[in-house]
Design a binder for this molecule. Structure first.
Ligand SMILES: *Cc1c(COP(=O)(O)O)cnc(C)c1O
Length: 338
């Protein structure tokens, strides 16, 4: 038993580069990217921009850094963004947009599906009055906690706020999961937005990085901000090569992650009294409070790792969870509850 590999269901960030990805790294032509001379970075930026239907792209060290650069490019100090109260920029980026950008974050309560309504968004735009910050940007997300957001609804929101002078950003860390689940191209999911951020190191399986896309002018400003944030990397082509490889080889296979998450949810739904919910590559369970610790302990003994969030525990499928790993996980859960 201990010789078996660990099945890590904590996040889709835990994947290791594949052998083919290491090969792509080794063979990547590189140069100094701060001088704009890294061929592989340039190719990744152009490829991502084309995939997302935007003029230009920018490779950054992480999705958090990419969102921060985007917020700094859209907003001046004292200006305000509207966003969902469970969205990553508000909850999980150490408050960087406010702390480093002097930008006000106005969180709006999302519904259970992670969405904001038109009334909510329009009602939150502040009047032009010296008492108020200037509402400048609407920042949306897709997927939200795994849940796919409707691009038609995003278009409705975007058109409405643009009429009031706002710009619109998509935190599309998992935009490819949304596109695969919807059966459309990523450009369609990205279309309503002025800027879109895509993470390369989640379900796509690259070890590092994110790409921010938008108009050529927006990306020029974001490039300066990336430098300001300490994110100008030199022979970054070795990392960009992994992102390129992922965009070429790891997009279609995300459907397998979604299928496995569904299979995991079905397997766990057989356990009496364990609430289970699934969306794209995520499964959420709510073990009774007293079960959290001993369940995680039991699973760890079977070399299965789950998150320690409470009360809802998130299980995530990814490149490094195959059918055998999934069966081991389901069996281990059942053996705890037996
Ligand atoms: C993970 C995530 C990010 C940030 O990614 P890092 O690679 O951790 O910086 C941003 N937005 C969303 C929606 C995410 O899920």
């Amino acid at each position: 038993m201990p010789s078996e590999a660990i099945v890590d269901l904590r996040s889709d960030t835990v994947t290791r580069p594949t052998a083919a990805m290491y090969q792509a790294m080794r063979e990547a032509p590189v140069g100094d990217d701060v001088y704009g001379e890294d061929e592989t970075v340039n190719r990744l930026e152009a490829t991502a921009a084309q995939l997302l239907g935007k003029q230009a792209g920018l490779f950054l060290s992480s999705a958090t850094q990419a969102n921060l650069a985007a917020m700094l490019a859209h907003n001046a100090r004292g200006e305000e963004i509207l966003l969902g109260d469970c969205y990553h920029i508000f909850v999980s980026e150490a408050g960087g947009t406010s702390a480093l950008g002097g930008i006000v974050m106005h969180p709006l309560a999302t519904d259970d599906a992670g969405s904001l309504s038109l009334e909510q968004v329009l009602g939150a735009i502040k009047e032009d009055d010296p008492h108020h910050p200037i509402t400048r940007t609407l920042a949306l997300e897709n997927t939200v906690l795994g849940q796919v957001q409707d691009p038609g609804h995003h278009r409705l929101l975007a058109e409405a706020v643009r009429g009031q002078g706002l710009s619109v950003h998509l935190d599309g860390a998992r935009i490819m999961n949304a596109a695969i689940a919807l059966g459309v191209g990523a450009a369609e999911v990205a279309a309503p937005f002025d800027s879109v951020m895509m993470c390369l190191s989640k379900g796509l399986g690259a070890p590092v990085g994110a790409v921010l896309c938008g108009s050529a002018d927006f990306i020029r400003r974001a490039r300066r901000l990336r430098k300001m944030l300490g994110g100008g990397m030199r022979q970054a082509g070795v990392l960009a090569a992994c992102g390129l490889f992922a965009l070429e080889h790891h997009v279609e296979r995300m459907a397998d992650d979604h299928d496995r998450a569904r299979k995991l949810a079905e397997g766990l739904a057989e356990i009496e009294g364990l609430p289970v919910r699934q969306a794209t590559n995520m499964v959420f369970i709510e073990p009774a409070a007293g079960d959290l610790e001993p369940l995680a302990q039991h699973l760890r003994q079977q070399r299965i790792e789950i998150g320690q969030q409470s009360p809802r525990v998130r299980l995530v499928t990814h490149l490094d969870v195959d059918d055998a790993a999934l069966d081991r996980a389901i069996t281990a859960f059942h053996s705890y509850y037996r």
